[in-house]
Design a protein around this ligand. Sequence first.
Ligand SMILES: O=C(O)CCC(=O)C(=O)O
Ligand SMILES: [Fe+2]
Length: 222
Amino acid sequence: MTKTAVIPDQDALKRIGAQVRQRLESDPEIYKVPTDIAEIFAVPNFLTPEECRRFIAMIDVVARPSELHETAYIEKFRTSYSGNFNPHDPFVKGISRRIDDLLGMNPATGEAIQGQRYLPGQEFKPHNDWFYTDQEYWKMERKRGGQRCWTAMAFLNTVPQGGHTHFTHVGASIEPKPGVLLIWNNAKPDGSPNEDTMHAGTPVIEGSKYVLTKWYRTRKHN
Ligand SMILES: O=C(O)CCC(=O)C(=O)O
Ligand SMILES: [Fe+2]
């Protein structure tokens, strides 16, 4: 049997990709990683030092061993601790809204902000943030907002050694700098999944690493 070439949510990924790209590219404060194979942006000083400190304290409360969909082979794949913040907390709501506004995304499409902590030796091996639509979990995610389009991830602290965000295909290894927000499009301009967004949280060698991540869906997330 031949496989159909239908890519779930392709039109929406293409449309949202273009909208957000245009918005970020027109902002002189936003830096674009110079590569033709993926759309990766960095926003310096997106969070204040005080906001970073507040999130770090909150992560220490909510962090539990991280979970992934592909539970069968995740052993040692994502060894960080992570957790979701209370989405009704006014502070969390305010920051969440600021990320929505920066990207121009409909707040209803955003997942809850997730906090993550890596201690020495902990890492997140190379992966893509989009869902593999041939997997069992997709049946559920398809109804919960569909494919992930953009990712926004903020560094909350300085890591003395290790803990970079390494885009393995692009060849960019980004060193954590507190308050910097990284944003990338998980799809290509044509709305198909972009394999070249493959990235890893490299092992922390010294110190600890705190980040927060917000993923956006193509449709209302629930
Ligand atoms: O910690 C990092 O640098 C990467 C985190 C990440 O890829 C994710 O949370 O999806
Ligand atoms: Fe990721």
